[in-house]
Ligand binder design. Structure first.
Ligand code: DP6
Length: 325
């Protein structure tokens, strides 16, 4: 009753922000992302009849504040398999947790794949992605590698998660400028709820998403970097605009975040194919062609306040690995 899975974070090019149904965690908009390599969560799930409750350790420390969310995710498996008891979940990230590096995406996708493996449930990827989506919307996309879309059918509140194309079909690099390793003050779930409730721009954000998704999907399939760059920066800045207009306004950036965004735009004006995107945290992700990754990384390293620069390629979806690997 034990299995280990590895999963990678993903970066949304067309962002998810807001919920259509918070009970079932149905997003208010579809989204498109790239799954990374290099950064990874490794999770071992052991169902153990001797346990009186679920246990969760992350990076070697027990996590009383996070155990409820992990248990709710395991409950989805207990609903499928009534006789299933409690589990010990041991997880390790090779990057800072909860600082806008999509740790919940890699974390919950690794968790569902490991739980499925431990219970020998044998669920297919699409079903695993649905379960991951229930635990954290962005986690659904990390079940698959490469370019991934979460489609929403608004009328039925149904979602479909599927790959658009593989990592090898259009290798890109993501250069992550880490501007702070502190955990963010307002997590995505609470930030979305506040935005929905108080931002005057929320309806416009939701209304614009279908068009952004269509443009991005076609540009990805056509490997049109300029259009992907333009629509991705637009979606990112719109997401932050709607969150900034909440009350109290959500400011996920610091001064270094803004400076990194300027540097990326300066590089682009000078002819380098690169664009930025920023999630619910202060890190800047610069997406570029692999041939330009070293130049982009060195430009970001020179920005005062940048504490680390990590370069990733595109990677595979969440998968089982040997327990001792
Ligand atoms: C800004 O997936 O963390 O990264 O479903 O409430 O767990 P929950 O939210 P989460 O939100 C991610 C928001 C984002 C954009 C994105 O990844 O699409």
């Amino acid at each position: 009753m034990k299995a280990t899975a590895v999963a990678h974070p993903n970066i949304a090019l067309v962002k998810y922000w807001g919920k259509l149904d918070s009970g079932r965690n149905v997003p208010a908009v579809g989204s498109i992302s790239i799954t990374l390599d290099t950064l990874a969560t490794r999770t071992t799930v052991t169902f153990d009849e001797g346990l009186a409750e679920d246990e969760f350790t992350l990076d070697g420390r027990s996590q009383p504040n996070r155990i409820d969310r992990v248990s709710r995710c395991l409950d989805l498996f207990r609903e499928l398999r009534q006789e299933t008891g409690f589990a010990r979940v041991v997880s390790d990230n090779n990057f800072p947790t909860a600082a806008g590096l999509a740790s919940s995406a890699s974390g919950f996708s690794a968790l569902v794949v490991a739980a499925d493996g431990a219970l020998r449930t044998g669920l297919d990827r699409a079903t695993l992605a649905q379960l991951a989506r229930r635990c954290s919307g962005s986690a659904a996309r990390s079940v698959f590698g490469g370019f991934v879309e979460l489609e929403l059918e608004r009328a039925t509140k149904n979602t479909t998660i599927r790959p658009i194309m593989g990592a090898e079909d259009w290798p890109l690099s993501a250069v992550v400028a880490v501007t702070s390793v502190a955990a963010k003050e307002v997590g995505s779930t609470a930030g979305m709820e506040l935005t929905e409730r108080t931002s005057p721009f929320y309806a416009a954000w939701v209304a614009g998403s279908e068009n952004d998704l269509t443009v991005a999907r076609q540009a990805i399939l056509g490997r049109d970097f300029e259009v992907v760059a333009d629509i991705s920066e637009h979606s990112c800045l719109k997401m932050h605009a709607v969150a900034l207009a909440a009350r109290p306004g959500l400011v996920y950036w610091n001064g270094t975040t803004v400076e990194c965004m300027r540097v990326v735009r300066r590089l682009r004006r000078a002819g380098t194919a690169v664009f930025f995107t920023v999630d619910a945290g202060p890190q800047v992700k610069a997406i570029c062609l692999p041939a330009d990754a070293a130049e982009v990384a060195s430009a970001l390293e020179q920005v005062p306040g940048v504490v680390d620069v990590l370069t990733c390629g595109l990677g595979a979806g969440a998968r089982l690995v040997a327990d001792d690997s």
